[in-house]
Design a protein around this ligand. Structure first.
Ligand code: ZN
Length: 488
């Protein structure tokens, strides 16, 4: 079978940075090459019929295994307590040891859900808010926990009322959920990969526990289905380093960083702010290493492993701390601040050349919350990507799937409608996202690049994003067509 594919008669964006187009592209053994294979019998010929093709899109922040396997019942459509209860009650009979559900927000469901909203049942029930930083749990689940001890930890303050957040949720509740079999996890991830291909995504930065990433995503590497760049949620200890050393790594499976949480989220009012929320007495909470003064040590440990520190920071005080920490590490390390949603004016001078993983689709949810939680003036400092680029920051786009859907063209549209140029949005979804994942061969189609291509129904640098956005008609991963829209 041919390992060469030749795209011709197209409008092919080879270099998003310079905006250079070409009509033909040859991919041989999964890599872009300069030689034209048009007319060579052994090459698969694809006539683009004048369509625009761009480099495969990159989602630089998601939770691939988790969103494939752990979301449970979808509560995102519930607009009242009654609907919330009904949806959960329908799920009680399912043959699962726990009842899991996710997707609610106070704004949509009308008020904050409590334990009393949960159906009476003997199995543990856990219902995540759509940001996955807050969840409601029932008595059966509380009986598995040492509530008195956990109430002292970040996110545990209201545990006895069935509300669990942040560290307590991540480190003490989620690990108790019974695991799926490896076979079930793999087939769930396969379904997600097909979905990603349909949206033009060929590379992802994914936040995973190292053992699970190796166990589940290794088969993705073997089949060359999707390029997975892993940022680990584990502590970078010696066991971690030896596990990394024994793992084959290439651009289909590579561990590039370690992640920690500095704070929570806007929706849960747990993002760490310099000034209090307007509708809550607190200023948010420090999480994980930032809560116990260990952040600098953690960064040193990560750098010792030759990996990049990746810091979740949403509130302006948390972003300020992340920027302060980064000021003492070399710019050659692609350390990332994830989200960076609120940035105080006094910290703007530290942005130059720093890498931010941002999620434009979060703005769609947050713009309803921000005026109530922050007021007009502070809302302007939030999700302000124009200000960040003008301040010298490098942006790489992601979805944070399952928190927002992995639809990069929609994310680009939101960013463009909020002040970025189409060129800046495209660079943030291609070349910049590639650099932030420490792979310079993705995000463009120059000689030697990864042979990942997305064919669109219109040119993203020329279309009118106010009224339309391009749709994906074909996705090519490493020189192989992995998605084709029907009737193109
Ligand atoms: Zn995330």
């Amino acid at each position: 079978m041919s390992t060469t594919i030749h795209l011709y008669n197209g409008n092919i964006l080879r270099d998003p940075v310079n905006g250079t187009f070409t009509t033909d592209l040859t991919i041989s053994n999964g890599i872009v090459v300069d030689t034209k294979a048009h007319g060579q019998e052994e090459a698969i010929q694809i006539d683009l019929s004048g369509s625009t093709a761009i480099p495969g899109l990159i989602d630089s922040h998601m939770h691939l295994i988790y969103c494939s396997t752990g979301l449970g019942i979808d509560l995102s459509g519930c607009t009242s307590e009654t609907e919330f209860r009904e949806k959960l009650t329908q799920g009680i009979e399912a043959d699962t040891p726990w009842l899991l559900a996710s997707g609610w927000t106070e704004e949509k469901v009308g008020s904050s859900p409590t334990m009393n909203w949960l159906p009476k049942c003997t199995k543990p029930v856990l219902c995540y808010r759509n940001d996955f930083h807050t969840a409601i749990c029932n008595d059966a689940l509380l009986s598995l926990l040492d509530v008195r001890e956990l109430e002292k930890l970040p996110g545990g303050a209201n545990l006895s009322e069935g509300i669990v957040k942040e560290d307590v949720l991540f480190h003490h509740v989620i690990p108790l959920i019974p695991k799926l079999t490896l076979k079930d996890k793999k087939s769930a991830v396969d379904r997600s990969i097909s979905y990603l291909h349909a949206h033009g995504v060929t590379s992802v930065g994914t936040m995973e526990h190292l053992n699970e990433a190796i166990e589940v995503l290794a088969h993705v590497q073997a089949d060359k289905q999707l390029r997975c760049f892993v940022m680990c949620l584990d502590e970078p200890d010696t066991r971690f380093i030896s596990l990394l050393d024994s793992t084959k790594q290439d651009s289909f499976f590579k561990v590039i960083g370690v992640k920690t949480f500095l704070d929570g989220t806007l929706g849960s009012r747990s993002a760490k702010m310099y000034k209090p929320w307007l509708d809550d007495d607190s200023r948010g909470v420090w999480a994980s290493h930032a809560s116990n003064g260990q952040l600098s040590n953690w960064i040193a440990q990560v750098l010792k492993c030759d990996l990049a520190p990746v810091m979740h920071a949403i509130g302006d005080e948390a972003v300020g701390l992340a920027l302060l920490e980064l000021s003492s590490i070399p710019e050659s390390v692609v350390a990332r601040i994830e989200h960076g949603q609120c940035i105080a004016e006094k910290d703007m001078y530290r942005l130059k050349n720093r890498w931010f993983g941002v999620q434009p689709l979060h703005q769609v949810d947050d713009c309803c919350i921000a005026p109530v939680a922050l007021g007009t003036q502070r809302s302007r400092e939030m999700h302000n990507w124009r200000r960040m680029i003008d301040g010298g920051a490098n942006l790489s786009f992601g979805s944070d799937w399952p928190i927002a859907p992995p639809h990069p063209l929609e994310a680009m549209q939101v960013s463009i409608l909020n002040g970025l140029t189409p060129h800046e949005a495209l660079v943030a979804s291609t070349v910049n996202a590639g650099i932030s994942l420490q792979d310079n061969a993705i995000g463009h189609l120059l000689h030697g690049a990864a042979g990942d291509v997305v064919v669109l129904d219109c040119n993203p640098l020329e279309c009118n994003w106010k009224s339309t956005k391009p749709t994906v008609t074909m996705t090519i991963q490493a020189g192989k067509v992995v998605y084709e829209k029907e009737h193109i």
